[in-house]
Write a protein that binds this ligand. Structure first.
Ligand code: PAF
Length: 277
């Protein structure tokens, strides 16, 4: 595994022009599945490890975001990565002030609750794609709105890259894998799988023809009863990332809710949990 820390090193490496797996580090089995998917494309694979400050709000967890560089490198190597790109903040941003804005698809949900988040994500992702000159870039379906925003950015700006979406990996009890799960205390950890169970039950009921508005409202009430503080539960069109009341092939159920200080997000495609791309 090559460890690259400067843009010049990436540009001069044999891994440019291959597959890119952008991460914030704190790698878990979900990231490992992204790296394995990238590797199975047959392209040389770079994993970027960069806790990107521009996507964190002032009251968010940038400073305490879990950092575990040595074990991240071991996991990346075991999953088949050829190189890790781990730049300093200064190397990535220097004095740059440009930012990418993708309107509409960022207007609701995470976009409205976390202002500037998607601008920070898109800016860093586009920079990483340009630095790695990758043919394919891999993202987890767990961050469904992020997937929609990045796909939209790539389409709108004619970015010559294939955006690949990899299904969410789950703990045996259904909890979606996330680097932030380490924040959950034992009581919250015991409640957390209800988020997935609630989405699954709601999905079943929608497939049986129940009314979407009623089912979404019931899901939110049930989650509150379990101890969650719900930010949103909704049935959406996952391309436009807007609410829908019609069940169609692009429908997804999305939810975000807090348990204590930990915010969890999850989603299910209504018609399939299979790979989206
Ligand atoms: O999903 C993430 O881990 C981050 O938002 C990403 C895509 C690596 C950009 O910093």
């Amino acid at each position: 595994l090559k460890i690259l820390t400067t843009i010049a090193e990436v540009k001069g490496s044999e891994q440019t022009g291959g597959a890119l797996v952008p991460t914030l580090g704190a790698l878990h089995a979900g990231h490992v599945s992204l790296i394995k998917a990238a590797k199975s494309s047959g392209l040389p694979t770079i994993v970027s490890i960069f806790v990107n400050p521009t996507q964190f709000g002032p009251d968010e967890d940038y400073d305490r975001y879990p950092r575990s560089f040595d074990s991240d490198c071991e996991k990346a190597a075991d999953a088949g990565a050829d190189a890790v790109f781990a730049p300093a903040v200064e190397e990535m941003y220097k004095s740059s002030t440009s930012r990418i804005e993708v309107p509409e698809v960022t207007e609701l949900y995470e976009g409205s609750l976390r202002p500037a988040h998607f601008s920070g994500v898109c800016t860093v992702v586009l920079k990483l794609i340009n630095i790695a000159e990758c043919q394919e870039a891999f993202f987890g379906q767990k961050d469904l709105q992020q997937c929609a925003v990045i796909q939209r950015m790539a389409a709108d700006l004619n970015v010559p890259v294939e955006i690949r979406i990899v299904p969410t990996l789950r703990e045996p009890d259904g909890l979606a894998m996330s680097s932030r799960n380490v924040y959950l205390d034992p009581k919250s950890r015991a409640i957390a799988p209800s988020l997935y169970r609630t989405l699954s039950d709601t999905r079943q009921r929608l497939l049986m023809g129940e009314d979407p508005a009623t089912e979404v409202a019931t899901a939110a009430t049930n989650l509150e009863r379990e101890g969650f503080r719900v930010d949103y539960v909704d049935l959406i069109d996952r391309v436009a990332f807007r609410p829908t009341t019609l069940i169609h092939k692009n429908c997804a159920l999305i939810a975000a809710a807090k348990l204590g200080n930990t915010r969890l997000i999850d989603n299910l495609l209504v018609f399939s949990d299979e790979n989206m791309s």
